[in-house]
Design a protein around this ligand. Structure first.
Ligand SMILES: [Mg+2]
Length: 196
């Protein structure tokens, strides 16, 4: 099996949350609470959710999401080590424009990736490593990959999450340490334990 690293897009390498916050603030009336007052993962009021979906309804919005430098530095490390890079991203079922925009974003910003998997269930997809910020998707993947390594970009909303073989990625100063772990993953034999 190839040495595959699966890489999430939104909030890992593409700044979905930053851009949606910026766009929603532009549409906010002075009497409305800020989008930033809501905790990620909690339900938004309907009017805000509908606005968000309207903003995200074009493929161009997804295609032009800003790159997250911290995430891209990690991707470049993974590439240099020689892993096969596969993008693994969630696709909103009701918004095919997002799927198109995500493919265009990857072609523009990560042309070296060998495949793009857009799915509703990240647990379906094989890899030795998953790089992802979102606990719910990580849990689905780990359920089938108990030996897999997870690298999780650190955010307020995932700070209490933990699982086996988890590296919390706060900033680029950790890349030397992360490189050591990635090399262990790449070089270990079948049934070798991953010492971290
Ligand atoms: Mg994400």
């Amino acid at each position: 099996m190839d040495d595959i690293v699966l890489i999430d897009l939104d909030s890992t390498v593409a700044d979905h949350d930053g851009q949606i916050g910026f766009d929603l603030e532009k549409l906010r009336s002075p009497d409305e609470p800020s989008f930033y007052s809501y905790v990620k993962g909690n339900k938004l009021p309907d009017y805000l959710f509908n606005r968000m979906n309207l903003i995200r309804s074009t493929s161009a919005w997804w295609e032009n999401l800003p790159v997250i430098p911290r995430g891209m530095a990690l991707v470049n490390l993974v590439k240099e080590i020689g892993f096969r890079i596969v993008v693994l991203t969630q696709g909103p079922k009701v918004n095919p424009a997002a799927w198109e925009g995500k493919v265009k974003w990857v072609n523009k910003n990560m042309p070296f990736c060998s495949d793009i998997v857009i799915t509703r269930d990240k647990g379906l997809v094989y890899g030795k490593v998953l790089i992802d910020d979102y606990p719910e998707y990580i849990e689905k993947w780990v359920a089938h990959r108990p030996r897999g390594l997870v690298i999780m970009p650190d955010f307020n909303y995932n700070r209490t999450f933990t699982t086996n073989h988890l590296v919390r990625y706060e900033d680029v100063h950790q890349l030397l340490d992360i490189e050591k772990v990635l090399l262990k993953v790449k070089n270990r034999k079948i049934r070798d334990k991953l010492e971290m």
